[in-house]
Design a protein around this ligand. Structure first.
Ligand code: PT1
Length: 281
């Protein structure tokens, strides 16, 4: 129960995460093909060390991902995703006090991840896979519902919208409704516009400047812009040199009410968010 906490909380499987201040979700890739870490954290021990370091830097959630969703990425078979993700979640459960998130759209991975200790399922397909709503409702964990146009392999070929902000808002509202109707508790739902997922640079910045339209949906908003091409395109920087741009994007999102920021560079993002919070009063 969240009896001791006041204000908005995210219920991560019985573990309440207060959202009375913005939170940082640290990215822990356990893929050999990940777009910015280049598989550097593949080994289980390295993954644990990286997660512990991010928590030391102020991360509130660790997001474990075994299938890259960067533009052009291929799907990973179920067994391989399980082999990558589950041992890391099991090890993290013994090392960390913060909620562990798993970036997966497969209900089978969600079930095993929660059994291993995950409290949040980060679903880039927003529970559209068969059986996904039921799995999350039964598991009693938190879920992030994200918008994506198309699929990672081809989503950047020709993204198109009549009104990107309204279409993303409408989709997130519809998926939230589907989750609620399927038995997922309202205090377990987070929404995410999916920066870079089937969106041009212009689409991404239109969403960024219109975040209040999304916070008005009534659920906490998570954003992930860290090191993405929307930052690279306007700065002319490669994937390894996007820190300042990523921190600017995170700051603008928090200024407009985003409650959770998914980021690779946790320490810098935490500092920036503290400054934004102080300015917001
Ligand atoms: C995200 C996110 C995610 N992003 C959530 N989960 C990725 N909830 C993975 C590029 O344009 O924003 N929200 N899980 C990473 N995906 C991308 C997409 C990485 C686009 C890079 C780009 O460079």
């Amino acid at each position: 129960m969240a009896a001791a906490l006041h204000g908005p909380t995210l219920d991560c499987g019985g573990r309440p995460l207060s959202l009375n201040r913005p939170r940082v979700m640290g990215v822990l890739n356990v893929t050999p093909d990940s777009f910015s870490d280049g598989g550097a954290f593949l080994g289980r021990d390295q993954a644990i060390r990286h997660a512990v370091e991010m928590v030391g830097d102020g991360a509130d959630i660790i997001d474990v991902g075994g299938e890259s969703s960067r533009p052009g990425a291929d799907p990973v078979p179920l067994e391989e995703e399980l082999e990558r993700v589950i041992p890391v979640v099991e090890a993290l459960r013994g090392e960390l006090d913060c909620p562990i998130s798993v970036d997966t759209y497969k209900p089978e991975v969600a079930r095993e991840a929660v059994a291993a200790g995950a409290g949040l399922i980060n679903d880039i397909r927003a529970l559209q896979e068969p059986g996904a709503v039921q799995a999350i409702a039964e598991l009693g964990v938190a879920v992030c519902l994200m918008h994506m146009q198309g699929r990672p392999r081809t989503m950047q070929e020709a993204p198109a919208y009549d009104d990107v902000v309204e279409e993303v808002a409408g989709f997130l509202d519809e998926r939230r409704r589907a989750a609620l109707d399927g038995g997922v508790a309202a205090e377990r739902i987070v929404l995410d516009p999916g920066f870079g997922f089937g969106k041009t640079v212009e689409h991404n910045y239109a969403i960024l400047r219109s975040l209040p339209r999304l916070t008005a949906l009534g659920a906490p908003i998570l954003v992930g812009m860290s090191r993405k091409s929307m930052v690279g395109k306007v700065t002319g920087r490669g994937a390894g040199e996007r820190l300042a741009g990523s921190v600017a994007a995170a700051s603008l999102a928090v200024w407009q009410g985003a409650q959770i920021v998914r980021a690779h560079d946790v320490g810098a993002t935490v500092d920036a968010i503290r400054v934004v919070q102080a300015a917001r009063g």
